[in-house]
Design a protein around this ligand. Structure first.
Ligand SMILES: Cc1cc2nc3c(=O)[nH]c(=O)nc-3n(C[C@H](O)[C@H](O)[C@H](O)COP(=O)(O)O)c2cc1C
Ligand code: SF4
Ligand code: SF4
Length: 451
């Protein structure tokens, strides 16, 4: 037992750890959720309840790489296709047996009366919280629900207000990523009285096309439709949206983050960017409930190493360092340096820099005044002309050998300076903020080596 306390609190919902199953196939039935709780999951958001639906077959498809299967996952599944009576009976059994876990009921209905009825039924069977599914990007949105609501801040606000009026337990609004800006729907949820938000639901996508049948994937008889994308590939989009909300000055609600989480490290990143709990779907569909052991052990050991005693010590730590581009240091310099003890001479970095970047990696036989002397054993190893290198990092990314190209910081002695500071200086140097003649501004930027 490590001395780190992983217990989690979000909008008054408590759980022994921050790892919750997302609303999806792994939370479809009581037998599943009970088994997940036995494994140690901190919470589960029940597969969304709504009016009866029928599903198509098949309904999942995935993107694989040579190294890993299911790096991206897509589904055209709808909400629960089981009778609501069965769901409510099973939720009651789960909440009675595990009152210490965050059992949250996900709902998607149309009219205020339907929302009221099913909110009250969910609370009656012991839901610790509710999650309003405003995210489903297929099937349900054509019926005016799911992402059709999540994309309309006015609807988000109205339905959230209904839910909060009838709930009496914390209400989380699950946001859709199928918007250009996550802030307006999140602020609408806040105005509607939500106690928290969860994000992201799946991203509208087409996984591929069957070129023999000329039908997009997954092929359902003779046709297909757009799916919802999730799994490791969506993590960067999810992290961006979670971080954007956490650093927004007007947004104050706690966040349950999800999208591509499969390891404790992924989870730590979401927590560092402001999430108070994390939810997981694809990784469990891929590897099973048992991953909870690695998640809790890994996070606990890492927190202990970093001296974070509770989740609150970690949550939001990276938020102040997530800034606008204008506030980054323009004088921060790095160069690529090839490590001859690791390089295998594949020359992938040379080609990448030649065609995709700034032509400053040279082959050993190139005529160049800075060319290093290469040993016979290093005859295929390229080298970097550091004073030509723009520090873009492309070579480091394409290199197949860990550690063969290091990005080394250069200490130029120049003070930190951001674009915003540079612009302010331009205004000062050109006299007044009214002096915005093209000639005047061009003169200043030329002194800075720009323009
Ligand atoms: C097959 C499948 C079914 C899903 N069903 C629901 C659902 O009923 N309600 C819901 O809110 N989200 C649903 N989701 C979305 C997940 O809860 C989650 O938001 C998304 O998959 C991102 O997490 P992940 O990358 O860990 O999978 C579903 C996802 C998948 C893959
Ligand atoms: S960091 Fe960019 S510019 Fe520098 S050597 Fe690598 S690819 Fe070329
Ligand atoms: S890509 Fe890496 S291993 Fe290949 S030549 Fe460049 S530094 Fe060496």
């Amino acid at each position: 037992m490590h001395p780190v306390d992983l217990s989690c609190e979000l909008a008054g919902i408590r759980a022994p750890n921050p790892f919750w199953l997302a609303s999806a196939p792994p939370t479809n039935t009581a037998t599943q959720v009970l088994r997940a709780y036995e494994w140690g999951w901190g919470g589960a958001v029940w597969k969304t309840l709504g009016k009866p639906v029928r599903n198509v077959q098949p309904r999942f498809t995935a993107m694989h790489t040579a190294a890993e299967r299911m790096v991206g996952f897509s589904n055209i599944e709808l909400i629960t296709d089981r009778p609501l009576e069965d769901n409510y009976r099973e939720i009651a059994a789960v909440t009675a047996r595990y009152p210490d876990r965050a059992t949250i009921v996900s709902l998607m209905f149309e009219t205020e009366d339907e929302w009221k009825e099913h909110i009250e039924r969910s609370v009656a069977v012991g839901a610790q919280g509710l999650e309003l599914n405003f995210g489903c990007p297929h099937g349900m949105c054509e019926r005016g629900m799911g992402s059709a609501v999540g994309q309309e801040p006015a609807l988000v606000e109205t339905i959230t207000r209904w839910a909060v009026r009838y709930a009496g337990v914390p209400v989380l609004v699950k946001l859709t990523p199928n918007v250009t800006d996550i802030i307006p729907p999140a602020l609408a949820a806040q105005r509607g009285g939500a106690h928290g938000v969860s994000l992201i639901n799946t991203i509208k996508s087409v996984m591929g096309v069957d070129l023999d049948r000329m039908v997009p994937l997954p092929v359902v008889g003779d046709a297909s439709t757009n799916g919802g994308y999730c799994g490791p590939a969506v993590k960067p989009i999810a992290l961006h949206m979670v971080g954007a909300l956490a650093r927004h000055p007007e947004f104050r609600l706690p966040i349950s983050g999800m999208g591509g989480i499969g390891t404790w490290r992924d989870a730590a990143e979401f927590l560092a960017l402001g999430a108070r709990s994390v939810q997981i779907c694809t990784a469990v569909m891929h590897h099973g409930y048992r991953i909870i052991h690695d998640l809790t052990e890994g996070l606990g050991h890492w927190m202990e190493e970093k001296n974070y005693r509770t989740l609150d010590d970690l949550i939001g730590r990276a938020v102040p360092n997530f800034r606008s581009w204008e506030d980054l240091d323009l004088n921060h310099r790095v160069v690529a340096r090839i490590q001859t003890d690791k390089c295998i001479g594949c020359q992938l970095c040379y080609v990448a820099c030649l065609d995709g970047s700034h032509q400053c990696i040279y082959l050993p036989d190139a005529e160049h005044p800075d060319a290093p002397i290469r040993l016979a054993t290093e005859s295929r190893m390229p080298w970097v002309a550091e004073n030509e290198c723009t520090g873009c990092q492309l070579c480091h990314l394409v290199c197949p050998v860990e550690g063969a190209i290091k990005m080394v910081p250069l200490h130029t002695g120049q003070p930190r300076q951001s674009w915003r500071e540079l612009q302010a200086l331009a205004v000062t140097e050109s006299g007044t903020s009214n002096d915005s003649t093209l000639e005047g501004r061009q003169g200043f930027w030329q002194t800075q080596g720009i323009g």
